[in-house]
Design a protein around this ligand. Sequence first.
Ligand code: PGA
Length: 249
Amino acid sequence: MRMPLIAGNWKMNGSLALVDEFGQRCANVDMPPSVEVVVLPPAPYLAAAQAAFEKTALQVGAQTLNPEPGGAYTGEVSAAMLAEFGVGYVLVGHSERRSLYHEDDEAVSARARAALDAGLSPILCVGETLEERDAGDSEAVVLSQVKAVFDTLDARQRERMVIAYEPVWAIGTGRTATPEQAQAVHAAIRACLVDYDKGLATVLRLLYGGSMKRENAAELLAQPDIDGGLIGGASLKVDDFLAICQSAG
Ligand code: PGA
């Protein structure tokens, strides 16, 4: 049985006040015990979030990392630094990192391996553009992004991965994939994982992301191969985020 994972990607949003609001509100809320919940604030808030979430079921995650262990990389954050702040999950390959910061499959793989080496679980984001979907290439694009990373990992590393399918055309657009569209791609990813190992395909969690909100979360999460969500905009409002967590339980 795969435990659902709900991850809130704040992107470059939020504040100390929002960190505190989440900490206070979530301390008084009964989260479904069968759901893992992670909030990914911007890096400067990691320490504050770790403290504010102490009495809650929320875990702290990170949005990106640099694959190098340390050195002259101005502005960057290493995997070991994230581990020091109790970060359990880190996004790699988010479409905004791929498009705005030119992180290609090789760069994404390097980040995944650095995270794994430091004891973190990478959440590998994959997804096609609208042009690629219209050309009928959704599955080919997504599977090649998965394989580009999974081919560089060993069996034990693969088991610690999470994959988030985020169609680029659905991110921040208000346009969500239908449950059927999302399920079809998730099923294709799971079938691809069988080629690595049957057990891996059974245990690995596949999240959906792209305009997931309280109104559509339940029907997406009800799909057999959707094991959670990566939430952007709706993760900035504590009520909306909590409602999505409840619908995963
Ligand atoms: P969205 O973002 O929920 O605002 O579409 C999702 C993401 O980019 O992870």
